[in-house]
Design a binder for this molecule. Structure first.
Ligand code: ATR
Length: 282
């Protein structure tokens, strides 16, 4: 058999990345001959590590924290969704050696929420917590689902306002209403779906949310995931959410979209999500 095509995920820290496992399972399932490794790459080593990877014949790369913006800048050509996100999590080496950048995070989230969890976002009131890179990356795919409205709440209100200005300009009239506020301004507002894109969960912390901000029977989704339930996932369970999930499914779905871009084959994500969920036991 010919030597396997080379893929990798770059990030820092990267030790606990599940991506090599996920792509290994996808390759096994679809019979693709590839190798996928995780490489610890701090931001200041990105350019050199990328050049080395390409010299060695690398075919595609995932980039995670803190490299998504650098990857966006490194790509010669980008998908529209990566351009809007100003962040790239997937690089494809094209036939002429050029780098094509994509961002599969948003579509991964939407697929996990709408297909795996069976929640329709159309006509719903959405609350997005956080206005950093993670929030920006998922905003357009969320708006494309046609919610009744979307409010971005952030600790630094100016950053949420900046996102609203940018995306309102892109979407124009007739698009779902988009608004920005601080956490204190959420008092008296109710949402059907709350998506946490702050880094708070990773620190075991939680944005200060009014206890009744979630419609009874609504849904909570945390982009973060871990070996134990995240703080926000627990908040949802304690505040009447019918569905409260973390980002494990999104992780697998964004990987599947990258795999499809690289290999032209779409893996079945359900058994992989089932396996990883069973292994962590919640
Ligand atoms: P990422 O690319 O992962 O989004 P980021 O750009 O540093 O990382 O953004 C982190 C987000 O989490 C921001 O929205 C940040 O709020 P600020 O813009 O006010 O900094 C938010 N965040 C981080 N820690 C938080 C906390 N303890 N409580 C609430 N929000 C928090």
């Amino acid at each position: 058999m010919s030597s396997p095509d080379r893929y990798a995920v770059f990030g820092h820290p990267i030790g606990h990345s599940k991506s090599p496992r996920i792509h290994g399972l996808f390759a096994e399932q679809t019979g693709q001959n590839l190798q996928y490794i995780a490489q610890d790459v701090p931001a200041d080593a990105f350019a050199n590590c990328l050049a080395e990877f390409l010299e060695q014949g690398g075919r595609g790369l995932n980039c995670t924290i803190p490299l998504k913006e650098l990857a966006w800048r490194a790509a010669g050509r980008c998908s529209k969704r990566a351009e809007l996100a100003k962040a790239v999590n997937t690089l494809l080496v094209e036939a002429d050696g050029g780098l094509f950048g994509d961002n599969t995070d948003g579509v991964g989230l939407v697929r996990d929420v709408c297909v795996n969890l069976g929640l329709a976002l159309a006509g719903k009131r959405l609350l997005l917590l956080g206005a950093g890179g993670a929030g920006r990356g998922i905003l357009q795919p969320l708006l494309d689902e046609g919610p009744d409205g979307l409010v971005i709440a952030n600790r630094t209100v100016g950053k949420a306002e900046q996102l609203v200005r940018e995306f309102a300009g892109v979407n124009g009239r007739g698009a779902p209403p988009l608004a920005a506020c601080g956490f204190a301004d959420l008092a008296g507002q109710r949402f059907d779906v709350i998506i946490n894109a702050t880094a708070a969960s990773l620190q075991g912390d939680l944005p200060p949310l009014p206890a009744d901000v979630l419609e009874p029977g609504g849904a909570c989704y945390d982009l973060a995931y871990g070996t134990v339930p995240t703080t926000f996932l627990c908040w949802g369970r304690e505040h009447g959410a019918a569905v409260s999930a973390d980002g494990l499914g999104m992780l697998v779905e964004q990987a599947a979209e990258a795999f499809w871009l690289w290999r032209g084959v779409r893996p079945d994500t359900a058994p992989v999500i089932r396996l990883l969920s069973a292994e962590r036991g919640f």
